[in-house]
Design a protein around this ligand. Sequence first.
Ligand SMILES: [Fe+2]
Length: 198
Amino acid sequence: MQQFTAKRFSIPALKGISAKTIEEHLKLYEGYVKNANGVLDMLGKYSADPVANAYVMGELGRRFSFEYNGMRNHEVYFSSLEGGTTPLPEGSAFKKAIEGEAGSFEAWLVAFKSLALTRGIGWAVLWYDRKDKRLLASWVDEQHLGELNGCDMILALDMWEHSYVADYAPSGKKQYVEDFFANLNWEVIEENYARATR
Ligand SMILES: [Fe+2]
C-alpha cells in the first residue's frame, strides 16, 4: 500500500522555542505519519472480511482523520518556521485579503492571537475557502475536530501543550503565541495563500 513519508524540516534557531522542543515535536510529527500509515495498513488487513471486522474497521476509520490531520497540520506549522523570520511583503495579495476581511492586518492579528488562546488542546488555523474565495479563521480541537471542509490551510498554530510547555510553562502560553509570530516566515504563508488561490 502507498505510504505517507515524513517530510524533513530545516528549522533555524528560534526566539523562545528551544531546539529541544522542536526536536521532540518533530518526533511527535513522525509518529502521526507512522500511525496514519499504520491505520491504513490495518484497514487493508481487516478488509479481507469487512463484515466480521465492521466494528474495528469503523473505529480505525474514526481514528484516521486524527492521525492524518496530525501529520498535515504539523507540516504546515513546521514549514512556516523554516527559513527564518521574514516579514509579510507590503501590498501583497495575501495582506490585501486579510485587510479585506478584518479591516487591517493589525486587527486580524489581535483576533487570531486571541483565537490561539482558546482553552483546550488544538490549533488556531487560518483557512482559504475556495468556494467563497475568502479567508476564515477557526479553532480545531485535537488534530481534526473542526477542520473546515474544502478549505486550504494557510497558517496553522499548534496550541498543544507539547509545543510550548517545556520552554514557557503552562502560564507562558501567551508568550509562546507572541514568539510564534516573531519567528514566522511570512513568505511561506504568502506562498500557501498563492497556491490556494491559483
Ligand atoms: Fe504538535
